[in-house]
Design a protein around this ligand. Structure first.
Ligand code: NA7
Length: 536
């Protein structure tokens, strides 16, 4: 590919999802920087551009899975359902892009192939797959955490004679399942959302389950006017509550221990939380994610529910999680997932008992049977957090590659910067609390912190900021400490640990110390004159 002329900007932002849009707005409209956003997809929306699989819907509720920086934006947008589906979120982000006139600085269909730092010039050079070349003082990655799809390397995959899709790269004109025999591999949040919708349309659905999962009903429904009015009237309080919460959701966390109440009272509290539905089930007691005995009461409650919902006792047992506690892997919420297995056109295959041996032209072959299929849907997740960053082939000072620096696992300072990579900011990167948080809350904090930081440099005539190795080392220790204060590291096969991708280093990647606490730490770093960073 022939290199084109170099185009120069103050900042390059990679990605035009929730993060990239807001970062562009702040850098351009608040600081007056020249900014180019490079986006691989053919439209804006990030994860919501790609994830259009049946049932794709956010697990955060619509009234707080949105930006909070503009009251006008909030007042003019009406959500239609308790949880927004992928199409509605795209319409919202399209509206944001138009309203803040963002599109003129976003370049779609532009896949970054490499980014290299030139020390002498203090500039980043970003090249694209089509040979374009950009140069900027600041490079900000807004590439999301769950955007590198993970398709398992199953022998024979390429020889399948039917159609195969990964949920994170879903065709925009949809997939017609009518009359088809469909195989769905994976029972994480995605598979659990997709299964009921596919089952209702397909002739037959086979769900291939490796790990049985806990799931709580979402209880989705239309957003009624009374609720909408209540949200508008209480918007400031709700947003403040979300910002003050450990996970960015405006939940009322119980201050009681699950072990400090009688079994009858505990059951009643869990029943009420189950009826209300959603991720806030975790807030029923304060120690569900902290104390294994407390957690076991929640886990046991959900296991009982599964047994009650699924008619066939053998299928119910297979669907009942045994090898991890509730919430230690990212807990899904669902709409009639377990009930789907009561349908006569749905079969569950337990891959723990009968692993997949190969994909054959006619379908999936396990250790004991062949399942003939017309379509295979891979709901097998993502190379989380590090995958999208390493795909950019980032090279810092002296040409050192990020993939080499992170060979034993990611290290960062606050999830925002990596030593050796000056003026590179990694929004929602490993070491940030973003994936354990209602995302827009984390994203707004990151974008504002980065914009303030760049503003600070410019006000003082400084050109460069870089995390020190000591600060990154200490932050790594803090990330480990925070994780081990919770039950999260107990699930040995979670994507938080990188365990879902063969060969990936097992390092607990997100910061589990809570979003509000993290925000405070970031503010303290600024108040201390950007402690842990070298400015020059
Ligand atoms: P997840 O949560 O990583 O789930 C992936 C699922 O696919 C999970 O059930 C895996 O089983 C299964 N899987 C992965 N590889 C294989 C192979 N090789 N064979 C069989 N089954 C496999 O991804 P999701 O897309 O559901 O959710 C991602 C996030 O999106 C979610 O956490 C929310 O934040 C939104 P395993 O559990 O590893 O045994």
């Amino acid at each position: 590919i022939e290199a084109g002329p170099v185009r120069r900007y103050d900042a390059i932002v990679v990605g035009a999802g929730f993060s990239g849009l807001y970062q562009l707005h702040l850098l351009r409209d608040r600081l007056g920087l020249s900014v180019r956003v490079l986006e691989a997809a053919g439209g804006i929306g990030g994860t919501w551009y790609w994830n259009r699989y049946p049932g794709a819907r956010c697990d955060s509720e619509s009234y707080y899975y949105s930006y909070s920086f503009s009251r006008e934006l909030e007042d003019e947008w009406d959500w239609t359902e308790r949880y927004p589906d992928h199409g509605e979120i795209r319409r919202y982000l399209d509206h944001v892009a138009d309203r803040f006139d963002l599109r003129r600085d976003i370049q779609l269909g532009t896949c970054v192939a490499g980014a290299a730092y030139d020390e002498a010039a203090n500039r980043w050079t970003v090249t694209t797959e089509s040979g374009e070349c950009f140069e900027a003082q600041f490079l900000i990655t807004a590439v999301g955490c769950l955007s590198s799809t993970n398709v398992p390397e199953i022998p024979g995959l390429a020889r399948f004679s039917g159609a195969q899709y990964h949920t994170g790269r879903w065709p925009h004109d949809g997939v017609d399942f009518s009359g088809k025999r469909v195989g769905l591999i994976g029972t994480g949040s995605t598979g659990i959302q997709a299964a009921p919708v596919i089952a209702a349309e397909a002739a037959h659905l086979t769900v291939f389950q490796r790990t049985a999962n806990y799931s709580v009903p979402a209880r989705n429904g239309p957003m009624d006017d009374a609720f909408r009015t209540w949200v508008r009237e209480n918007s400031s309080e709700l947003r403040a509550k979300a910002r003050a919460a450990p996970n960015g959701h405006p939940f009322d966390f119980s201050d009681r221990s699950a072990l400090a109440v009688s079994p009858q009272e505990r059951q009643a509290i869990y029943e009420a939380a189950w009826e209300r539905g959603g991720l806030r089930f975790r807030a029923a007691f304060r120690d569900i994610m902290l104390d294994p005995d407390a957690n076991e009461t929640a886990s046991a409650f959900i296991r009982d529910k599964i047994r009650g919902l699924v008619h066939d006792p053998v299928v119910a047992e297979t669907l009942t999680p045994r090898d991890h506690l509730f919430g230690t892997k990212r807990p899904p919420i669902d709409t009639h997932y377990f009930e789907t297995f009561n349908r006569s056109n749905v079969k569950l295959v337990d891959l723990k008992a009968t692993p997949i041996a190969a994909i054959v032209p006619e379908g999936v072959r396990t250790s004991d049977a062949t399942y003939p299929l017309d379509v295979i849907v891979f709901a097998t997740g993502f190379d989380a957090l590090t995958g999208p960053l390493l795909a950019l082939d980032i090279r810092g000072r002296d040409g050192v590659a990020l993939k080499d620096v992170w060979a034993a696992g990611p290290r960062s300072y606050l999830g925002l910067q990596v030593p050796g990579f000056p003026n590179l900011f990694t929004m929602t990167g490993p070491g940030s609390p973003s994936v354990l948080t209602n995302m827009p809350v984390a994203i707004e904090q990151h974008a504002e912190w980065i914009a303030d930081c760049i503003g600070h440099l410019r006000e003082r005539g400084l050109d460069r900021i870089e995390a020190t190795p000591d600060a990154a080392e200490s932050w790594g220790t803090e990330v480990n400490r925070a994780a081990s204060a919770t039950l999260l590291p107990m699930a040995s096969s979670s994507w938080y640990l990188g365990a879902n991708v063969p060969g990936k280093p097992r390092v607990f990647m997100p910061y589990a110390g809570g979003m509000a606490h993290y925000r405070g730490l970031c503010e303290r770093v600024v108040a201390d004159g950007y402690s842990g960073f070298a400015l020059g």
